[in-house]
Design a protein around this ligand. Structure first.
Ligand SMILES: [Mg+2]
Ligand SMILES: [Zn+2]
Length: 253
């Protein structure tokens, strides 16, 4: 549930942002280093590739038990947990927008004990079938493309469009649409650029956290990409480790 009058909306990417690994790669590697090699086959779309790797794992006799076990091994920095708790305690709505999937994200958050901090998880739908086999599907199916032209979004997910929908829901729930929702975004990957185009600069209060050394920073600082940085209005804060995010939030909230 989205709180109707939040202090703002804090949006987190999941892989290499909330957690300190890539959940898709981590789980498949845990199940089978041999099958993990097939994740590098770029001829198949990423979400479909996940599902195919899982199918192969089950064909080889794998079980859902080991997948659930893998989710308990995922590393998350305690400072990132503190940052989430801080935002939540200050009345922010916390939302995850991720190219992972519902089963991984909810399983990991429940294991850590922080599922309750998040009001929405927007990601690829996954479920356990009646054989306890995990099935993953694309959030945006192939036959109904999102049509985003920014150039950083994958076929199955435009994070910018998801942010737009979230903002609409918040406006509908919280009085005058003319009062802009304060926004914080934390990410690391190139596909975290599109949603930042939806951020404003309200008295320097919108903060765009960009992780150092990963594809988002590379995209922002690529000299061949004209106007990429200029299109952003929010205040940019670069971070290396979760404690950088926590300290900035402690000062800014
Ligand atoms: Mg990421
Ligand atoms: Zn997009």
């Amino acid at each position: 549930m989205l709180a109707t009058t939040p202090a703002g909306i804090a949006i987190f990417d999941f892989d290499w942002t909330l957690i300190d690994t890539d959940s898709d790669r981590f789980v498949i590697q845990y199940l089978s280093p041999e099958i993990r090699k097939k994740l590098d086959d770029k001829s198949i779309q990423w979400t479909d590739r996940q599902n195919l790797c899982l199918e192969e794992y089950y064909e080889q006799g794998g079980s859902g038990h080991t997948i659930r076990e893998a989710l308990t091994k995922i590393p998350m920095d305690p400072s990132m947990i503190d940052a989430c708790r801080l935002l939540h305690s200050k009345g922010w709505n916390l939302v995850i927008i991720s190219d992972s999937n519902t089963v991984y994200i909810e399983g990991i958050l429940e294991h850590i004990g922080i599922r309750n901090l998040f009001s929405a998880i927007i990601t690829n739908p996954a479920h356990w079938d009646d054989q306890d086999q995990l099935r993953i599907k694309r959030l945006i199916p192939a036959d109904a493309p999102h049509g985003c032209t920014v150039g950083v979004c994958s076929l199955n997910l435009c994070k910018g469009q998801q942010v737009e929908q979230l903002l609409l829901q918040h406006q509908q729930g919280s009085g005058p649409a003319s009062i802009p929702m304060r926004m914080i975004y934390v990410g690391d990957g190139q596909n975290d650029y599109c949603p930042a185009l939806r951020m404003e600069n309200k008295d320097e209060k919108d903060i765009y956290f960009v992780r150092r050394g990963r594809s988002l920073e590379a995209y922002l600082t690529n000299k061949n990409k004209v106007g990429v940085m200029e299109a952003l209005k929010a205040r940019i804060v670069y971070w290396n480790a979760a404690n950088d995010v926590l300290q900035e939030l402690q000062a800014a909230l």
